[in-house]
Ligand binder design. Structure first.
Ligand code: PHE
Length: 340
């Protein structure tokens, strides 16, 4: 028995096999344990003879199990050390890493330029109510201007107008004017949503809104401020710009700002040239909007503007297509992105 047990232990190639041998010999129902139990049925003389022999057998097999166990453990560790050895001279494998998204970069650039003009950043919710997105902004119920926004609506709650995904950042104008007394000079970056999807439109895109409410503000301030902005943003000394009359329910008068540009190869240079490009919407805040927010239009006036950040980023950094903006491609991000 002893030789069999010791041979089996020597043959056990790993810890699992070793444990199987231990159980077969020394476990509750093991062979050696079985022999130990027969001692109870022996005469005192037999027991005196067999007791020490069986005890000795059990102890030797037990010791052999322990010895084999540490042998196998050591071998296993050695194997690990061999296979898991780290070659410190290998160059590290870089994980694919993206960079700051151009939209975020452009948000920061715009905020820095207006920050120098005394604007602070304000934000509002992506899910808006009808009052802030439309009604307070002088879109009367049923007004055709509401239709132009391709609005995403939520299921209406009982008796209430449905919530919407905000179609522009202008509702934040209302939120700020409701909460805070003039003078106001805020810049609002944010995501906006319209049900529109092609090469130049995505259902979610980004706007920056500006709002100034002070005493004696007029159209000249609006023009000066936005021309300064365009010069700084596109890093050109002179920008030929025009303010073309337009309609927004919440500004009066309203104007879209166009800048001259030149095509150079595949990209575009802003400032001069023979074509006009529209870059933002603007206007003097409508007296109805001021009144809706508890501001007296005879005391305070202001201007507002809104621009599409995705398109400004495309223009400034020569990106031809809007769709990769939302594809999370690390290669694209490394090519067009900014600091890591
Ligand atoms: N909210 C307008 C839009 O999304 C832009 C705008 C903002 C126009 C502020 C005038 C003043 O088209």
């Amino acid at each position: 028995i002893e030789k069999e047990a010791l041979d089996a232990l020597a043959a056990a190639g790993d810890l699992a096999a070793l444990d199987a041998v231990r159980v077969a010999e020394l476990g509750k129902k093991g062979r050696i344990s079985g022999l130990m139990k027969t001692l109870g049925g022996m005469s005192p003389e037999e027991r005196q003879d067999m007791g020490p022999k069986l005890n000795g057998l059990r102890n030797r097999v037990q010791d052999a199990v322990e010895a084999r166990k540490s042998e196998l453990e050591e071998a296993e560790l050695e194997k690990k050390l061999q296979t898991e050895r780290i070659d410190m001279t290998l160059p590290p494998v870089a994980a694919p890493e993206g960079k700051l998204h151009p939209v975020m970069q452009v948000f920061e650039e715009i905020a820095a330029i207006f920050g120098d003009m005394g604007f602070t950043v304000a934000e509002g919710p992506d899910i808006e109510d009808d009052w802030h997105n439309f009604t307070a902004l002088n879109f009367p119920e049923g007004h055709p201007a509401r239709e132009t926004h391709d609005t995403f609506f939520f299921h209406p709650q009982e008796g209430a107008a449905p919530k919407v995904l905000r179609t522009h950042t202008s509702p934040v104008q209302v939120r700020v004017m409701e909460a805070q007394k003039p003078p106001i000079r805020i810049l609002v970056p944010g995501r906006v949503y319209r049900n529109d999807w092609d090469a130049t439109h995505t259902p979610m895109f980004h706007q920056v809104e500006g709002l100034v409410i002070e005493k004696n503000i007029h159209m000249g301030h609006l023009k000066g401020c936005l021309i300064d902005f365009v010069r700084e943003f596109f890093e050109v000394d002179n920008v030929e710009a025009r303010f073309r009359p337009h309609f927004f329910p919440f500004t009066e008068p309203s104007a879209e700002m166009d800048v001259k540009y030149t095509k150079v190869g595949d990209s575009i240079e802003i400032g001069a040239g023979d074509s006009w490009m529209e870059i933002l919407g603007s206007g003097m805040v409508h007296p109805n909007v001021l009144r809706n927010c508890g501001i007296d239009p005879d005391e305070y006036q202001g201007f507002a503007f809104g621009m599409g950040v995705d398109r400004l980023a495309m223009l400034k950094y020569g990106m031809p297509d809007l769709r990769p903006y939302f594809e999370a491609d690390a290669g694209w991000s490394r090519h067009y992105g900014f600091r890591p």
